[in-house]
Design a protein around this ligand. Structure first.
Ligand SMILES: [Zn+2]
Length: 112
């Protein structure tokens, strides 16, 4: 078993797990039961939900999928809904500009 991804919350961990399983890489989520203790314990690989693969030989592929997800390049998953700085419209993550007024997505959106 190998660790491929440390998630910020259980939802994200299961999302990455689903992403891997869609590519026929058996995966599991560990540590999600520790999530409730957040705030009292530091955020580390020990206290965050993590995604593990069962077959070590698939590590390279799994790791690149997880990395792509982290960069927001996963299939159909491109990060959070963003808000137009001009008109305040909430925009779906797959759009790079506001459908309402055409303002491009702010460059800082990834830094949030
Ligand atoms: Zn707009």
């Amino acid at each position: 078993m190998k660790l491929v991804y440390i998630a910020r919350n259980p939802t994200e961990a299961h999302l990455v797990k689903g992403l891997l399983e869609a590519e026929e890489i058996p995966a599991m989520v560990r540590g999600e039961h520790l999530f409730g203790t957040r705030g009292e314990t530091p955020l580390t690989g020990e206290t965050c939900p993590s995604v593990w693969i069962l077959d070590d030989s698939q590590f390279e592929k799994a790791r690149s999928l997880a990395t792509a997800y982290a960069r927001g390049e996963g299939k159909g998953i491109r990060g959070a809904v963003w808000r137009c700085r001009r008109c305040g419209e909430a925009i779906e993550p797959q759009f790079t500009q506001c459908w309402q007024c055409g303002t491009p997505r702010p460059h800082t959106w990834r830094d949030r």
